[in-house]
Design a protein around this ligand. Sequence first.
Ligand code: ZN
Length: 302
Amino acid sequence: MRTHSKYIQFIGFVLFVTLSQPAFAKLNVLACEPEWAALVTEIGGEHVKVFSATTAMQDPHQIQARPSLIAKARRADMIACSGAGLEAGWLPVLLRKSANPKIQTGKPGHFLATDHVKLLGKVIDDPANLHAAGNPHVHFDPQRMSSIAEALKNILSKIDAENADDYQANLQNFSDSWNAAMQGWETSATKLKKRSVIVHHDSWVYLIQWLGIKQVAALEPKHGIPPSTSHLAKLLEIVEQQPVDMIIRSGYEDERPSEWLSRKSGIPVVTIPFSVENYSTPGELKRWMDGVISKLLPGVSK
Ligand SMILES: [Zn+2]
């Protein structure tokens, strides 16, 4: 009898733990890039646990679907990625190998930022182009980031309806501080208007459009194709004919082509952090964009 009641107690305990777990469990989010992990931190707050598959020092076009990532995808309630083909080389493999129904295409747990904004730079005449579906580097436009934040709030509220009020409040807080910061960035970046830049990869179209900068050329002859000697020679001719204020590259890109052109032409190279560093800290997206703007400004100090 005693053993029996102990057994009942044990079953009761197991039931309690099992049934009560969902109320306390955090949503597991696997982000493809740190900027989306940071946005999930902002909007998801205490209800999410987020991990980014890449860092700001990795090229998000070129990642391997390694076993540790597959394990993370298997446990994820949701993915948050750029989409528009940025992760075409690795995300489909990750999704298939995870065999996780929650994060597959078409499911609420399959969140792609570029699905929620208008894209620039579609390459219609070349389906094999890295940016054929449109330029995926949308995180450099604060206005598009606002729309994506709202879409993310909607999806989180759908997956985890119980905490929808918190997601709404987090979005409000984020938007208030983000919009105020945006005004500041635009004011301090006024002198960047109409300045000319050469870029390494075509990562900056949204930033350039937002701030009214002019992109003269790219070091890559074609999206994702490394700069060649003949292409660089052509660029040197271009910069001899028209003023260019700076050469922009991200922290993960090979510095040799931009340094070569800089040495030959005297145009300064500006290295811009491609994404946030600490995606688990609220406010990090704002600090990152502060950094982006402050890196660009000295390039036009003259
Ligand atoms: Zn790209």
